[in-house]
Design a protein around this ligand. Sequence first.
Ligand code: FES
Length: 98
Amino acid sequence: MFRARPEAGPATVEVLVEGVPVRVPEGASAAAAFLLAGPAAIRDTPVGGGPRAPFCLMGVCFDCLAEIDGVPNRQACMVTVAPGMRIARQRGAREALR
Ligand code: FES
């Protein structure tokens, strides 16, 4: 459903989305990497378990909460990919970090 823009240049950063290696354009967000990788939902809601995907891609809706490099509740659209980054779907509620 999603693909990189043609002018984005060659994919230069490899990240792991749900444990699967994916090459994405340098400077892309973790949410964009997740969408390019293809899974339909990046998180499940805590109450009903409904699937959610990145929506606004600008830090407003919080529908992109994911576990990034082992840290839950990260807004994936606000995180720039880095080589080897691990992006995982977040299922339900997570504890707030102190
Ligand atoms: S997609 Fe809306 S806050 Fe990240």
